[in-house]
Design a protein around this ligand. Structure first.
Ligand SMILES: Cc1cc2nc3c(=O)[nH]c(=O)nc-3n(C[C@H](O)[C@H](O)[C@H](O)COP(=O)(O)OP(=O)(O)OC[C@H]3O[C@@H](n4cnc5c(N)ncnc54)[C@H](O)[C@@H]3O)c2cc1C
Length: 384
């Protein structure tokens, strides 16, 4: 039986987050987006709401039960207010899921604090010579007594400026492709680490940057997962984040369309409100339709994950289509606002620039389409 309704528990959580989003995030979105100073006080409030601990064991301050749909709902709802800070639950979900493969020492030291919203952690996979082709990474991890020494450069890393530590993927010298890659939790205050800001067209508050590692010592206890199998663990986790990132962008798009719908009733041209012209309202209707379609692709992927069923294709569909649909919906909303849509005083242009990040971050559209088409060809059918 088909049932698209949210549970009472989901609906209640959504209401709490929407109220938080309207009260705390939306009024501060432009100010927070204009700085690399990370608003830890706001992150702490998100931690207090439980939004950073979805699916994590209660002993670390998490909600206990794995619930990918709830994570999607959370990020979508927070993105109405601030699409940048809305990525925090996804980031914690990704980093935290990998830390659960780490030593007790690492779990105890980092999981409670990241779930409480006290610290940020980054994921450092991309390098100057390897992005889509992530397994071509060159950073090395050389065995030394008591641990490893890591050397290499990671680039385009979100949260680099505000993170306390980063999950760093590095290979055994002489290994190739995905074999021999391990994952390490590297304290960014360690000797030999230098972080440099990279200025993007949006997402300033996410502190995008490069992380240089010059023979950085990492103790045995900071290996995350099995030695030589770090790559497999990382790739498996991206499935849920792809659908959730789609929803996050769509949340920003929904807010933009709603702002445009209100504005269309207020602004008059030629003696009538804009809402009287189909040239204005039809784009609203069209983009609302695309947004709704893309939302359900993402939610179905997350629901399948929660059921323990295959969802890789759908997650990739949500990842390439969600941000694209969102970007176009925001652009259409900007158009309805006329000159004000271009104004830096209004959030629309900021959302447009922030959402653009997810056309590339966490895997480009071309990589998602490669994953989807590979599955279609292997199955011999497009039906999922
Ligand atoms: C805002 C932002 C935040 C990011 N945050 C992080 C982060 O926190 N951690 C991290 O590790 N990385 C992060 N990244 C890096 C991101 O994951 C990579 O940029 C992305 O995977 C693409 O890699 P690339 O930039 O090297 O492009 P390339 O891999 O060089 O690709 C360039 C172009 O070629 C296309 N292309 C490549 N191969 C193929 C192919 N086989 N078929 C068809 N087309 C292809 C790509 O789709 C793209 O359009 C972030 C990037 C951005 C923009």
């Amino acid at each position: 039986m088909l049932d698209f309704s949210l549970s009472e528990e989901h609906e209640d959580f959504r209401k709490v987050l929407k109220e938080f989003s309207d009260r705390e995030l939306l009024p501060n979105y432009l100010a927070n987006s204009a700085t690399t100073e990370f608003p830890f006080a706001t992150l702490k409030k998100m931690g207090d709401l439980g939004v950073l601990g979805i699916g994590f064991p209660e002993r670390f301050g998490g909600t206990g039960e794995d619930d990918p749909v709830l994570l999607g709902l959370a990020t979508e709802t927070l993105a109405y207010g601030d699409v940048n800070l809305a990525s925090a639950p996804i980031q914690v979900g990704l980093v935290g899921a990998q830390l659960l493969h780490g030593s007790d020492e690492v779990q105890q030291a980092y999981l409670p604090r990241v779930i409480a919203g006290e610290i940020n952690l980054a994921i450092a996979l991309t390098e100057p010579g390897s992005g889509s082709d992530a397994s071509a990474l060159r950073t090395t991890a050389t065995r030394v007594p008591g641990g490893w020494r890591l050397s290499g450069e990671k680039t385009a890393i979100s949260w680099a400026l505000s993170a306390t530590a980063a999950l760093v993927y590095a290979r055994e010298p002489g290994s190739s492709r995905s074999k021999g890659v391990s994952c390490f939790l590297v304290d960014l205050a360690s000797e030999g680490v230098s972080v440099r800001h990279m200025r993007g067209m949006g997402c300033l508050v996410l502190g995008w940057g490069s992380i240089n590692l010059d023979s950085v010592f990492v103790p045995d206890s900071h290996l995350v997962g099995e030695e030589g199998r770090g790559f497999q663990v990382a790739m498996n986790k991206f499935d849920f984040s792809r659908a959730a990132l789609g929803l996050m962008c769509l949340g920003a798009a929904q807010q933009s369309l709603e702002e445009a719908a209100v504005y269309a009733t207020q602004r008059e041209t030629f003696g009538k409100p804009l809402s009287e012209y189909q040239g204005v309202t039809f784009p609203l209707a069209e983009h609302a339709t695309y947004v709704e379609g893309a939302r359900w692709v993402c939610y179905r992927a997350l629901w399948l994950r929660g059921e323990g069923k295959s969802h890789t294709s759908l997650a990739s569909m949500g990842k390439w289509w969600g941000p694209l649909v969102a970007k176009e919906a925001i652009e259409a909303s900007m158009k309805i606002f006329g000159n004000l849509g271009y104004s830096a005083e209004f959030p629309l242009q900021q959302r447009f620039r922030d959402v653009m990040a997810y056309l590339t971050a966490d895997g480009t559209a071309e990589i998602q389409k490669t994953i989807i088409s590979r599955e279609i060809i292997a199955r011999g059918t497009v039906s999922l």
